[in-house]
Design a protein around this ligand. Structure first.
Ligand code: SAM
Ligand code: SF4
Length: 331
């Protein structure tokens, strides 16, 4: 079976936010004093497994767990282990996650045992003081130790860095050399206007076209057709031999090849990261033991997947384009 939206895009990639909670408070992502969802609203791990399984039966080939911080959800490895059965049957091609790395030392080996091969780790700076400033609560030593443990366990890592004006733009070459020196790809991401935060996003926004032009003064960037199933466009850096990806939701519209949908930890399906339209899957999930209602609700929602987002970082309105935080839909 396959899910195809009104614009002919096959939906093969599901991102699941397993919790909205996190042990960091990155300034571009959350307010320091966040209100989290009441635990009772969350889908249980069994319900998340059922929901993911229905999506896999409907054609999803790649599944990414995210959050909030996916590795702080209680017993998360139980879900990973359950979902890994779909890798064994071949129904699922890839099971992966996006993490801030703080808990990786603990879970790296178990992730590998469950068939996880590649993960994304978010890291915006290598400077311990700046790291604390941007994450508010994070400890870079733990993240580096987590990366070490993940690599020792055999996981491939892609680093994700949000490009922030005046914060880490000058440091991207160093971060890239470090990542490439350790055999990791690096992807830089533009900040997206999602959720109320305490800082002004227009001050943080750095168009990647500017960053790329800067990098091209120091490095030779060769466009390559490499794809990971996500929205990044990659170049190979001649001087390091490594790959650098750009995710440019603001300066370049990547919606035409969008193959993904997202579910939140309460079972809400978002057909687009940059739109408010959503479908409640928790009600049909809980309404019967069979999956017919759920499957019909998914089909109906995919039939409404919008053509694209319309993010704008607007100095006048000051309001985010999308009111929910990235930690709800998981980026
Ligand atoms: N906690 C995990 C982590 O940090 O990797 C997973 C969830 S986090 C919301 C997923 C990604 O979204 C991270 O790479 C983070 O840097 C990015 N992110 C968060 N808020 C963002 C924003 N407003 N614009 C762009 N990227 C954002
Ligand atoms: Fe947590 Fe990830 Fe958001 Fe940072 S970006 S606050 S680590 S969810």
């Amino acid at each position: 079976m396959s899910m195809t939206d009104p614009y002919g895009r096959d939906i093969t990639y599901l991102r699941v936010s397993v919790t909205d909670r996190c042990d960091f408070r990155c300034t571009y992502c959350m307010a320091e004093d966040m209100t989290f969802l009441p635990k009772k609203d969350l889908l249980s791990l069994e319900e998340l497994d059922r929901l993911c399984t229905v999506f896999i039966e409907k054609g999803v080939k790649k599944l990414r767990l995210t959050g909030g911080e996916p590795l702080v959800r209680k017993n998360i490895m139980h879900l990973v282990r359950e979902l890994s059965r779909h890798l064994k049957t071949g129904a699922l091609e890839e099971l992966t996650l996006t993490t801030n790395g703080s808990q990786l030392s603990r879970f790296a080996q178990e992730l590998v045992d469950c068939g996880v091969r590649r993960i994304n780790v978010s890291l915006d700076t290598l400077d311990p003081v700046k790291f604390r400033e941007i994450t508010r609560w994070g400890d870079i030593g733990r993240v580096i130790a987590g990366i070490d443990a993940a690599q020792a366990a055999g996981l491939s890592i892609k680093l994700n860095a949000v490009a922030l004006k005046g914060f880490n733009e000058a440091e991207i070459p160093e971060l890239m050399r470090w990542a490439h020196g350790r055999g990791m790809d690096l992807t830089v991401i533009e900040t997206m206007p999602m959720g109320e935060i305490e800082v002004d996003r227009t001050d943080q926004y750095l168009p990647l076209s500017v960053l790329r032009a800067d990098l091209e003064r120091q490095f030779t960037l060769n466009d390559i057709p490499y794809k990971t199933g996500g929205p990044a466009r990659y170049v190979e850096v001649a001087e390091t031999g490594g790959r650098l990806g750009f995710i440019t939701p603001m300066t370049h519209n990547f919606c035409e090849s969008c193959n993904r949908v997202r579910i939140t930890c309460t079972g809400t399906l978002f057909m687009c990261l940059g739109q408010e339209d959503a479908a409640d899957l928790r009600t049909p999930l809980r309404a019967s033991e069979g999956n017919d209602l759920l499957s019909a609700a998914i089909d109906e929602a995919i039939g409404r997947k919008p053509k694209g987002h319309d993010f704008v970082i607007d100095r006048r309105s000051k309001r985010p384009a999308v009111s929910r935080h990235m930690s709800v839909t998981g980026g």
